[in-house]
Write a protein of this length. Sequence first.
Length: 232
Amino acid sequence: MGNKGLSSITKKLIMAITGGAMVFFLLFHASMNLVAIIKPEGYNKICEFLGANWYALVATVGLAALMVVHLVYAFILSLQNYRARGKQRYAVVEKQEGVSWASKNMLVIGMIVLVGLVVHLINFWAKMQLPEVLHKLGFEVNKAVLDNATNGVHYIVNTFSCWWYSVIYLVWLFFLWLHLDHGIASVMQSIGWSNHVWQKRIECIGKIFAILIVLMFASVVIYYWLIVPPVA
């Protein structure tokens, strides 16, 4: 194989596969979150089922691995494109027709999404699955934290009853929508599901998925911010 390593096509394919897998996870996660609106007790049952059980832990580790690989190759491809442009990157160029702002700033948008993800993990995963894992490993965990480890609704209410947290989440979801809107279509193009005939259809499918996922997440934020009474 020499010193050339993976080709650009292979790197894009890796990005597509990891990104596609995370899209399916987001669709599952967003659907699960809707249960918190329909039947809060049912949502807590799901949280209990997906706690520190082996299958949930395997899925968590697998998802984290997908995220790391996706992020690493995003940086590699961005650096590769940056170097390929050479002196052209300093030139003032006119806006390219048909090229969206999001498509030219996917790395920046992705980093904003990543920062929002870290905040989300601190607000939920670090207070739910993580304490259960630490407890099973023999570490001392605060009893109140452990008792609420499967009470997802408790943390949803506490988080989104705070208006500025809700605003932060909605801004984060806007950038997630930008990322998905371009990313889902790119996934299908990278794995060969796109041609001249299907291009517009694929872009439309990508937009529908992006809007659907983000609206499901946003509905939970808005419901527990503006409809459910705040925590006393």
